[in-house]
Design a protein around this ligand. Structure first.
Ligand SMILES: Nc1ncnc2c1ncn2[C@@H]1O[C@H](COP(=O)(O)OP(=O)(O)O)[C@@H](O)[C@H]1O
Ligand SMILES: [Mg+2]
Length: 296
């Protein structure tokens, strides 16, 4: 018998009502539109896609922060959507968010922040020792337990966020653009850390990013998400070496984002008549923008 995958998404859907002025429902957004994937133990699955493609909505559903409108989510073969889904089961999946500044409480010391999930899940053992061990795991000195987030660099904050996620010994880490707010040199070191921890602790990762150069080095399998659907999936070398879908080629062709400032300046996908544009629309828009740049 083969073991269940650590994570399995089955035909997952999320539809948001689209509200106009006065909160009237004007339509719906199919943010996630029938996504299926599975991640075996110890593997890194890279979920790629532009802003607005549905990546964070998938992450939030896996974390139980928003409820799917259809489909199922299984952890180690057990649905997390059923009423019997326990706190013990919830503990198995933890998340690292894009912005380490916003995900750490500024009024808590590093040690206090790392202790929160330990207390929430009633984790046994000496707290101080556990915090010191976790800081060591993410290669920070133990005296950092007394520091406040504002005393830390972006990379150090993200290491604390990783330590906090690891505190309750999860099986799966959902990484939602974990390095896109960081400088390039820091990004690579955080990825290295995640790789080392994955090997040591036997972790499984869902790595969400629009940065395909990072994904290429980190993930074994990729899924390319486009308008809430996985349009292409396979081994990293196969998808990146010979992309089959226009949209994958488009993603591969885009200039890598190098800083938080640039990321903030990147336009979101423009809506065409209130619809998310097709890959062909996007290609046309990009070509227009490029020829304008050339003329300027
Ligand atoms: N709470 C919400 N209410 C309405 N629409 C939402 C909500 N959250 C996300 N969306 C929409 O769902 C789509 C996917 O968003 P998201 O999952 O955040 O994409 P990504 O993380 O890939 O940038 C977008 O069109 C977004 O505007
Ligand atoms: Mg997102």
């Amino acid at each position: 018998m083969t073991a269940s995958p650590v994570l399995e998404l089955r035909d997952l859907h999320k539809v948001f009502p689209l509200r106009g002025t006065f909160g009237r429902v004007r339509g719906e957004v199919r943010a996630v539109d029938g996504v299926s994937l599975s991640i075996p133990k110890g593997q890194v699955y890279g979920l790629a896609g532009e802003s607005g493609s549905g990546k964070s909505t998938i992450a939030r559903m896996i974390m139980g922060l928003t409820r799917p409108t259809g489909g199922d989510i299984l952890l180690d073969g057990v649905s997390i959507l059923g009423r019997q889904a326990s706190l013990a089961h919830r503990r198995k999946v933890q998340m690292v968010f894009q912005n380490p500044g916003a995900s750490l409480n500024p009024r808590r010391t590093v040690g206090q922040s790392i202790r929160v999930p330990l207390d929430a899940h009633g984790f046994p053992g000496n707290r101080q020792r556990r915090v010191a061990a976790l800081l060591e795991m993410v290669q920070l000195p133990r005296h950092f337990a007394e520091r406040y987030p504002h005393e830390l660099s972006g990379g150090q904050k993200q290491r604390v966020a990783i330590a906090r996620a690891l505190a309750v010994e999860p099986r799966l880490l959902v990484l939602d653009e974990p390095t896109s707010a960081l400088d390039v040199s820091v990004q690579a070191r955080i990825i290295e850390l995640l790789e080392d921890l994955g090997g040591e602790l036997g972790l499984t990762y869902l790595f969400i990013s629009h940065d395909l150069s990072l994904m290429r080095n980190f993930a074994q399998t990729v899924g390319v998400l486009y308008r809430g659907r996985i349009v292409e999936t396979g081994a990293v070398a196969q998808v990146f070496g010979a992309p089959q879908h226009d949209y994958t080629r488009l993603l591969l062709a885009s200039v890598p984002v190098i800083s938080a400032e640039e990321e903030a300046m990147r336009p979101a996908i423009p809506l065409i008549n209130g619809e998310i544009p097709t890959a062909e629309d996007l290609l046309a828009l990009r070509q227009q923008a490029r020829s304008k740049e050339r003329q300027a």
